[in-house]
Design a protein around this ligand. Structure first.
Ligand code: CP
Length: 312
């Protein structure tokens, strides 16, 4: 694994290996700060061209738990002055960077950067446009496996703005590769991707049928920053038809869990009773992001432990 840019096309064995490696790290992310020395002497550079709360901070924490030196480049004040992205990269590489963690509004940006870095420098995609958010998908499937065990018997319903969601796309590829029984997308036609037929999902336009007997329900926000004039329902109309609440979950499996990659918009795609209720694993997802990102970072740099690492 040289870079980590997408979950599309990754084999089940590799995804399972990432999950197992993350499991071995989960003991070193508790409140009493512990570190493992796997990335001691390595430099990780966070390059976030788009805003982030969860992904940037958990990548930083993950790198620090692995004992790496972490730089957070403020791209808003660094990339001006006419310098090209590639020149900027080469300058950061000259500081002996080992890894770039990249978020960008353009689909394909992380792949572009991966094509231009020196051999031995790894690129992790922290979300590119509508395309992919692979570590988010991995922390989501990690969370599902922790709660539900095997993927084969599961029905997973992804509800909301699938069309503009890099998270949904990466989740669908990962869930299918891991052998999930049924992956559903639940959305109005205007919020489905044009290539939905080829994604290996069942499409539902009605929330009740989409949630029926689901074991896992994943809510997504309306990603208005990527919509550019799309024909959309109003927020109140959207909530009436697709808003997730404890009452709407009555048709799901009684032990269904509720997930959301965040940020959540309460009263739009999800009600507080559900987001803060006993079914919700939304904040667990955030915590699990640290172990999953530790796993991916150590795997791409070829230092992942065979068993539970020694923490100090
Ligand atoms: N889930 C997610 O990508 O959140 P952030 O935008 O806060 O990183």
């Amino acid at each position: 694994l040289r870079h980590f840019l997408t979950t599309e096309g990754l084999p089940r064995a590799l995804l399972t290996h990432i999950l197992d490696t993350a499991e071995s790290f989960s003991g070193v992310i508790g409140k009493s700060v512990k570190k493992v020395p796997l990335l001691r002497g390595r430099t990780v550079i966070n390059l976030f061209f788009e805003s982030s709360t969860r992904t940037r901070t958990t990548f930083e924490l993950a790198a620090k738990r692995l004992s790496a030196d972490v730089l957070n480049v403020n791209v808003a004040t660094t990339t001006i002055k006419g310098e090209s992205l590639v020149d900027m990269l080469h300058n950061l590489e000259a500081m002996q960077a080992d890894m770039f963690v990249v978020r960008h509004a353009e689909s394909g940006a992380a792949e572009y950067i991966a094509r231009h870095v020196q051999p031995g420098v790894a690129v992790l995609n922290a979300g590119d446009g509508w395309h992919a958010h692979p570590t988010q998908a991995m922390l989501d499937v990690f969370t599902i496996r922790r709660h539900k065990g095997a993927f084969e018997p599961l029905t997973v319903s992804i509800v909301g703005d699938i069309r503009h969601s890099r998270v949904a796309r990466s989740q669908i590829h990962a869930l299918n590769a891991l052998g999930t029984g049924e992956v559903r997308v639940v959305a109005p036609r205007t919020l489905l991707p044009r290539d939905v037929e080829g994604l290996g999902v069942r499409v539902h336009h009605d929330l009740d049928s989409g949630l029926r007997d689901a074991d896992v329900v994943i809510g997504l926000r309306l990603q208005r920053e990527r919509m550019q004039g799309a024909l959309l329902p109003s927020e109140s109309e959207y909530y009436r038809r697709y808003g997730l609440s404890e009452a709407r979950l009555a048709v799901a499996h009684p032990e269904a869990i509720v997930m959301h990659p965040g940020p959540i918009n309460r009263g739009v795609e999800i009600d507080s009773d559900l987001a803060d209720g006993p079914r919700s694993v939304i904040l667990e997802q955030v915590t699990n992001g640290i172990a999953v990102r530790m796993a991916v970072m150590s795997l791409v740099l070829g230092v992942a432990p065979e068993s539970t690492p020694e923490a100090t």
